[in-house]
Design a protein around this ligand. Structure first.
Ligand SMILES: [Zn+2]
Length: 154
């Protein structure tokens, strides 16, 4: 089988960051897929799957409640390698277009206290499989990175 585009990226040098992984045309519309890379692949420990799960619930809930982004977000979900998330949005976008919503999302997770949204047996497939304290910690680490990073339109 053909090696798909995302496997052709050299993961041994990939850094933490926000990357456009693909842009797809669907009719007249462009859909942009971002890699929200939270750890350095193969050089840092990947994120624990229970932590990924909690970040998934909190990030999807936050973005889907945002007045602007609720209509632009098509998908937020975990990478199987547990080093980050996929964010698929409507429109032809660059990392600078999503920095504001990402900073607000990770700030929300870092400071979140209380019940994890959707972590009940009727609304989640593995509702006890969560780790809020570590999710907050990982969100704080990534937020610090986003606050330092400079993204410009290439
Ligand atoms: Zn769940």
């Amino acid at each position: 089988m053909e090696k798909i585009a995302s496997f052709k990226v050299d993961h041994t040098t990939l850094m933490r960051g926000v990357y456009v992984s693909r842009k797809d045309k669907i009719g007249q519309e462009t859909v942009t897929t971002f890699d929200i890379r939270m750890t350095e692949p193969n050089r840092e420990p990947a994120i624990d799957p229970a932590v990924m799960h909690t970040i998934e619930h909190l990030a999807a809930t936050f973005i889907r409640n945002d007045a602007r982004w609720k209509d632009l977000l098509l998908y937020w979900g975990p990478m199987g390698c547990c080093t980050g998330f996929y964010m698929i949005v409507k429109g032809d976008m660059e990392p600078c277009d999503v920095m504001d919503i990402l900073k607000r999302t990770f700030a929300f997770i870092k400071d979140y206290d209380g019940e994890i949204p959707g972590a009940t047996p009727d609304s989640c497939g593995n509702y006890l499989f969560h780790d809020l304290p570590q999710a907050k910690r990982e969100a704080g680490i990534y937020l610090s990175y986003l606050q330092l990073a400079i993204y410009t339109v290439s």
